[in-house]
Ligand binder design. Structure first.
Ligand code: DOR
Ligand code: ZN
Length: 427
C-alpha cells in the first residue's frame, strides 16, 4: 500500500492546517510534509479526529439479512466515520456461544471495512434465566469484551449479580439494557402527557432509573465494570452522577436520537419514531445533552437498529422499535452538541471515540493523533451540510427518523489502519 498524505487537515479542529503522513497503517509524520510516491488527499482544512467507536450496533447477521448484513452495516459504519463497532447479540441464532461470536468476528474481518466486535449475550437465549458461557466467549477467537442482553433487561438481580461477578474475573464489561419488565408490560411510548393524549400505554422513567440504581449498587459491591445502554431520562443521569461520585465503575451511553428528538414526534403515529427506550421529553433531551457534556454520560452510541418495511410500515402497536443511526450519528452530535457550544471537537473525539474505546478496552482505537499511533482516523467537513435520505443510506433497511432533515457535518473520509474505507478518496 502506498503511503497516504493528508494535506491541510486540522487535528481536533485546532490550529492551522497541517499535513499528516501515514505509512504502513501508522501515523509517520505530522507537520509540513513533502514526500514522493504518496497518495495525496486534499484535506482543505477538514477536521481530523480519531475514528469513531460504536458500542451499540445491531448488524442483524445471522438471521435477518433482509434488514442488514455485516457487509452493509460495515459500509454504513465506515461512511459514518466509524473504525470499530460492537455488534449486539440479539441475532437469530442469538450470539450466546463461541460459534456465533466467532462467525461474526470472522465475517467482519472478511469485509474489512471496520473492526466488528461481537457482543456476547449475558444469558442463554437472552431469556434472563441462566448465564451464558461468558468465559468461553471471552477466551474464544472472537475475544469478546462486552456482554449484553440488549433488547432485554437482565432483570433478575441474582443473575445480574452473578454476571457482574464473573465479568470482574474475566475483566469484561456487562452492558445493561435498563428496563424493569414489570413496569413496561405493553408499553408503547414515554409515560407522560403525550402518551396520554395519543392513548398509548406508558413506559415510565422509573422502569429505567430503578434498574440503573440497582445495578450501580450491585456493580459497586461486586467491584465490577457496568455499562448502561441508551440512557434516556433525567433521573438516570442523576443516578449515574451519584453512583460515579460513590466510586462505582459505571459508564453510560446516549443515542443520537435521544439527544435530538422528543415524544412530540409521536403525534403522527409514524412508527419510524418508535424506539426502545422511547423518545422522551424536551426536558430529558436537555438533561442528556448536559450530562454528556459534563462526562456523567461517557459516550454516544448509535443503537443502530435496522428493521424491514413490513415491521415499520404498520400500525404503531405492531411495529418493531428501533431506528438507523450509523450514518447520521456524527451530524446529530454536531447539531445538538457542537452547534450549541456544549462540546468542541476535542469533546467530539472524547464521546465518539476515546471513551467508547476505553470502556471496551480497545487498544488501537480512540488513540491520540500522534506520530507512531495507528491511523484509525476520520476526516470531517465541519461546514458542509447534507440532507438525509433513508433510501440512499448503505443499510439494507431505510428506517431513519431523520428523513429529509438537513444536518451539519459531513464525513469526507474514514481510514482503518491507513486504508481508506469510505470517502471520496481513491482506495
Ligand atoms: O429500539 C430498540 N431496538 N431497542 C432495543 O433495545 C433493541 C433494538 C432492536 O434490536 O431492534
Ligand atoms: Zn437496548
Amino acid at each position: 500500500m502506498r503511503p497516504l498524505l493528508l494535506k491541510g487537515v486540522r487535528p481536533y479542529g485546532e490550529g492551522d492546517p497541517v499535513d499528516v503522513l501515514i505509512r504502513d497503517g501508522v501515523i509517520a509524520e505530522i507537520g509540513s510534509v513533502t514526500a514522493d510516491d504518496v497518495e495525496v488527499v486534499e484535506g482543505s482544512g477538514a477536521v481530523l479526529l480519531p475514528g469513531f467507536v460504536d458500542l451499540h450496533t445491531h448488524l442483524r447477521e445471522p438471521g435477518r439479512e433482509d434488514t442488514e448484513t455485516i457487509e452493509t452495516g460495515s459500509k454504513a459504519a465506515a461512511l459514518g466515520g466509524y473504525t470499530a463497532v460492537f455488534a449486539m447479540a440479539n441475532t437469530d441464532p442469538i450470539a450466546d456461544n463461541a460459534v456465533i461470536v466467532e462467525h461474526v468476528r470472522r465475517r467482519g474481518v472478511e469485509v474489512g471495512l471496520v473492526d466488528v466486535h461481537p457482543v456476547g449475550a449475558v444469558t442463554v437465549g437472552l431469556k434472563g434465566e441462566k448465564l451464558a458461557e461468558l468465559g468461553t466467549m471471552a477466551k474464544s477467537a472472537a475475544n469478546v469484551r462486552v456482554f449484553s442482553d440488549d433488547g432485554h433487561c437482565v432483570h433478575d438481580p441474582l443473575i445480574m449479580r452473578r454476571a457482574l461477578e464473573y465479568s470482574k474475573a474475566l475483566d469484561v464489561v456487562i452492558a445493561q439494557h435498563a428496563e424493569e419488565p414489570r413496569l413496561t408490560v405493553g408499553a408503547q411510548a414515554h409515560e407522560g402527557e403525550q402518551a396520554a393524549r395519543l392513548g398509548l400505554q406508558g413506559w415510565p422513567a422509573a422502569a429505567e432509573e430503578s434498574i440503573v440504581a440497582r445495578d450501580c449498587l450491585l456493580a459497586l459491591h461486586a467491584e465490577a465494570k457496568l455499562h448502561i445502554c441508551h440512557v434516556s431520562t433525567t433521573g438516570t443521569a442523576d443516578v449515574l452522577k451519584w453512583a460515579k461520585a460513590r466510586g462505582t465503575n459505571v459508564s453510560a451511553e446516549v443515542t443520537p436520537h435521544h439527544l435530538l428528538l422528543t415524544d412530540d414526534r409521536l403525534s403522527t403515529y409514524d412508527p419510524v419514531n418508535k424506539v426502545n427506550p422511547p423518545l422522551r421529553t424536551g426536558t430529558d433531551v436537555q438533561a442528556l445533552r448536559q450530562a454528556l457534556a459534563d462526562g456523567v454520560i461517557d459516550c454516544v452510541a448509535t443503537d443502530h437498529a435496522p428493521h424491514a418495511v413490513q415491521d415499520k410500515d404498520c400500525e404503531w402497536a405492531a411495529a418493531r422499535p428501533g431506528m438507523l443511526g450509523l450514518q447520521t450519528a456524527l451530524s446529530v452530535v454536531v447539531e445538538t452538541m457542537v452547534k450549541t457550544g456544549l462540546l468542541d471537537w476535542r469533546g467530539v473525539a472524547r464521546v465518539m471515540s476515546e471513551r467508547p474505546a476505553e470502556i471496551a478496552g480497545l487498544p488501537d482505537h480512540g488513540r491520540p493523533i500522534e506520530v507512531g499511533e495507528p491511523a484509525n482516523l476520520v476526516l470531517v467537513d465541519p461546514d458542509a451540510t447534507w440532507t438525509v435520505r433513508g433510501a440512499e443510506l448503505a443499510s439494507v433497511a431505510g428506517n431513519t427518523p431523520f428523513e429529509g432533515m438537513e444536518l451539519p457535518g459531513v464525513v469526507t473520509a474514514t481510514l482503518l489502519r491507513g486504508r481508506v474505507t469510505a470517502g471520496r478518496i481513491p482506495a
